[in-house]
Write a new protein. Structure first.
Ligand code: ADP
Ligand code: MG
Length: 265
């Protein structure tokens, strides 16, 4: 692998995506108010097809709320949210949004601890059925192969028959990312995916996400600046529910307002 070269190619590719294609996600003037508390204010944000976007910002900035809006968990008081040009997210229930290809990973891993790693991926792949019906239904050879490939990608091949509850925190994070990927989502939303990971796991997560960009569009919320630096094409800085700055990491880090609020100067 040649990281420098692949990084360049990817940057070039995503710049082209941005120029040539319509956004996979277009948010316009989103306002979310929780009983008088304004969590998001006139938030507008576009994500290009195949782009890997990082969203950063201090605690309470509204990052998780933003994901709640995209996935239909929170309905804004006003604004527009379109996915794939024509799909109006404001009109859809969370389950319909997920079915249309928006996958989400929450901050804390939520795997089925009593089931094996393989079974967790199996259930995720056949997500339309109940857990037990899903485990009874026989896997096709093709489905089995896909899970095997995913285990390799996740570096969990040796753990396939282990109960998920016995995995390390980082391995659980990987398993949950895999549970998303076997559903082949179009747009992935990942809320602090590297939280609690070791340095080596964080590094591998960055590598994995880079390999996903292009095929998928990704929005990643992350605090680890080293991680953001390795993966991001484009960074959006949120502060008090508003977009404070947008651009390359270098650009936003040089932004006076960002320095003031983010670095607390
Ligand atoms: P972040 O993920 O950037 O840390 P959040 O989106 O979780 O921030 O929260 C943004 C703000 O909105 C916080 O001040 C939080 O307390 C508030 N908030 C989030 N969800 C709710 C809710 N359901 N009810 C009331 N306030 C909320
Ligand atoms: Mg959050």
């Amino acid at each position: 692998m040649q990281p420098a070269e692949s990084l360049f190619t990817r940057q070039y590719a995503t710049d082209r995506f941005r120029e040539q294609t319509d956004p996979v996600l277009a948010l316009e003037n989103i306002n979310v108010n929780f009983d008088g508390f304004q969590a998001l204010t006139n938030l507008s944000l576009n994500i290009g097809v195949g782009e890997l976007r990082c969203v950063i910002g201090p605690n309470g900035a509204g990052k998780t709320t933003l994901m709640d809006v995209i996935t239909g968990k929170t309905k804004p008081q006003s604004g527009k949210a379109f996915y794939d040009q024509s799909i109006d997210l404001m009109r859809l229930e969370p389950i319909e949004i997920a079915r249309r290809g928006i996958g989400r990973k929450f901050q804390k891993p939520t795997v089925f601890e009593a089931l094996t790693v393989f079974e967790n991926l199996e259930i995720a792949q056949k997500n339309e059925k109940s857990v037990w019906a899903s485990l009874r239904a026989k896997l096709s050879g093709e489905q089995r192969d896909r899970i095997d490939d995913m285990l390799v990608t996740l570096r969990l091949t040796g753990e396939r028959h282990r109960r998920a509850g016995l995995l390390s925190h980082g391995q659980k994070q990987f398993l949950e990312i895999g549970m998303l990927l076997v559903q082949d989502p179009h747009l992935l939303l990942l809320d602090e995916p590297a939280a609690g990971m070791t340095d080596a796991e964080t590094e591998y997560t960055a590598e994995l996400f880079r390999s996903l960009a292009g095929k998928h569009s990704l929005m990643v919320v992350e605090h680890d600046m080293g991680f953001v630096e390795t993966i991001a094409d484009h960074v959006t800085v949120l502060h008090q529910g508003q977009v404070l700055a947008e651009g390359s990491l270098r650009e936003v880090q040089a932004n006076e307002q960002v320095i003031e609020v983010y670095l607390g100067r």
